[in-house]
Design a protein around this ligand. Structure first.
Ligand code: FAD
Length: 511
């Protein structure tokens, strides 16, 4: 328990991107009524990474915890709703499936529905698993509403996230944080001063000559990792062996046609292309591996697949997949890109920021900086990163593609044991073990397995107590109930308008 003398009274955040302002907002909320001083240093001259528009459902709970009104947030960030990600050409060229934020059907007699589907499939059922997912059918139909609070209803079986303009989100959170006492300091950090005995960071020196002191530092300085790496030399684990994509090129375009409630990821010969629809424009990008394609070719490939008029010039980004050896080292906690980066195939980076903030609040140190707090934080974040790495890798290895050197590289890859065992348990009996500190729950894994043609050879034996007729009739009823419920659901943009979330710059819904 903290007493007055051991309590940390001064927190300094370095960096004002999505990570910096999310952290500042959460700390401002937690320490609003206290004397704890929160400062954030950012440099407009350096700017932010400028991408990161697709999220996971957990971000709703971050906003809710801060008391942020959904409609106000959507108007401020030009946000759309996101029911999942559509994956094109991953298992084979021509394949298409959606990873939904939600379940496949509802359990029958206590057994998860995908077992029922697998049993019927093995005896001839042709209907794909996705037709038993409410969020997938809603996404494909361009419809959206909030989940029904009644768990008995099929309309309750999903969650949702947002697609938004991240620079507007940072501005929105900046106002939130400054209104609650956070002090913003504009300036470029050119040097850091450490305590000669402990090695703790004590002072940031700015180009202007100004100095900023702190007891706890949060490094949100992006890929540079100014404190965690350049100052503390924490070290980085390079995971390119498994996830070799190391570059991206991104561009914004005018929206063509309807605004779908989902992100799209299309596999290509040397990487994959994203499409993220916002209210006022579309975000596009191509993530690729420089061993297999040049920057010029990548840009051309991306532009040839962009549908609308270009609104920006293409922006080039470079990264190395992996994570810091320690996320929290001495009195520095790295959050955001400074902590590590996994390619944005499943929109996980902003979620890692949220996980980091949540763990930091729970393990908030006092001046003794107990190593047990740091160890626990580092353990949780390591597990989060490793499990997402495995999930991303699954997309590349659960494939029949061998049409380019990149796909042949993945076909020959030795998988991490953690992923191999997950695949083995699934194919053996249709089970996906779930863990604490792992963002993707079994339905996510099932979506990718089934969408990329990795199917179990058996299912939960508890199904044997139900006759084939019962399973069939329950399945048909489920299918009908999804179709009719989706037909009653409002169109995506109409729903945004109905809740007051449409920004003035957005396109009005088609009448
Ligand atoms: C190609 C690509 C696509 C992505 N897509 C997604 C996505 O769809 N979904 C998702 O969740 N995430 C995505 N991400 C990740 C996402 O962009 C980041 O997680 C998010 O923007 C947070 O970045 P950040 O705040 O850590 O770093 P940055 O945005 O780089 O901010 C760093 C901050 O530190 C400041 N700074 C740095 N050095 C100094 C200095 N010396 N002095 C003062 N200030 C300094 C900068 O000015 C800036 O304010 C993507 C990333 C990439 C590369």
């Amino acid at each position: 328990m903290n007493d007055q003398t051991s309590q940390i009274m001064s927190v300094c955040i370095l960096g004002g991107g999505t990570a910096g302002w999310m952290t500042a907002a959460a700390l401002a909320f937690k320490f609003h009524d206290s004397d704890v001083r929160i400062q954030i240093v950012e440099s407009e001259q350096i700017g932010t990474v400028g991408v990161g528009e697709a999220t996971l459902p957990h971000i709703r709970f971050f906003n809710q915890a801060l008391g942020i009104d959904e409609a106000e947030f959507m108007r401020a960030t030009n946000a759309t709703f996101k029911l999942g990600i559509e994956f094109c050409d991953w298992g084979q060229i021509g394949d298409k499936y959606i990873h939904p934020f939600g379940d496949f059907g509802q359990p029958i007699d206590g057994v998860d529905f995908h077992h029922v589907w697998n049993k019927l499939r093995r005896s001839g059922l042709k209907t794909p698993l996705e037709e038993f997912s409410y969020p997938i059918i809603a996404a494909q139909s361009g419809r959206f509403h909030h989940p029904d609070p009644d768990p008995a209803k099929i309309e309750s079986t999903f969650g949702y996230a947002y697609q938004f303009d991240s620079s507007h989100y940072a501005k929105f959170l900046r106002k939130f944080a400054e209104d609650r006492g956070v002090t913003r300091i504009e300036g470029k950090v050119v040097n850091t001063v450490q305590n000669p005995e402990t090695g703790h960071v004590e002072t940031l020196q700015l180009e202007s000559g100004e100095t900023v002191k702190g007891e706890l530092f949060i490094d949100c300085s992006g890929f540079r990792g100014l404190l965690i790496e350049q100052c503390l030399k924490t070290g980085y684990q390079d995971w390119s062996e498994w996830l070799p994509c190391n570059r991206a090129v991104a561009v914004q375009s005018a929206t063509v046609g309807d605004i779908p409630p989902y992100t799209r990821s299309t596999a290509r010969e040397a990487g994959w292309q994203w499409r993220i629809p916002l209210q006022h424009r579309t975000g596009n990008g191509f993530v690729y591996c420089s061993d297999y394609i040049s920057d010029d070719e990548a840009r051309e490939q991306m532009l040839s697949a962009v549908e609308g008029e270009l609104l920006t010039t293409p922006k080039q980004l470079y990264f190395m997949t992996g994570r810091r050896n320690l996320f929290w080292n001495k009195n520095v906690v790295s959050i955001g890109l400074s902590a590590g980066f996994l390619e944005p195939l499943e929109s996980t980076s902003i979620h890692f920021i949220q996980e980091g903030i949540t763990a930091l609040l729970e393990l908030f140190p006092d001046r003794s900086f107990a190593s047990s707090d740091q160890d626990e934080y580092n353990e949780r974040m390591s597990l989060n990163f490793e499990r997402v790495r495995d999930f991303l890798l699954l997309h590349y290895v659960a494939t029949e593609r061998d049409d380019s050197p990149m796909w042949r590289h993945f076909r020959a890859l030795t998988l991490p044991d953690s992923l191999q065992s997950k695949i083995d348990v699934w194919t053996h009996r249709g089970l996906v073990p779930s863990y604490e500190f792992s963002v993707f729950l079994p339905p996510s894994w099932i979506a990718v397995f089934a969408g990329q043609r990795i199917l179990p050879t058996a299912e939960d034996p508890r199904l044997n107590r139900l006759s084939a007729e019962i399973l069939q009739s329950e399945t048909e009823t489920l299918h009908r109930s999804i179709q009719s419920a989706v037909a009653r659901a409002p169109a995506h943009v109409s729903f945004i308008e109905k809740i007051g979330g449409l920004a003035s710059s957005a396109r009005a819904p088609a009448s």
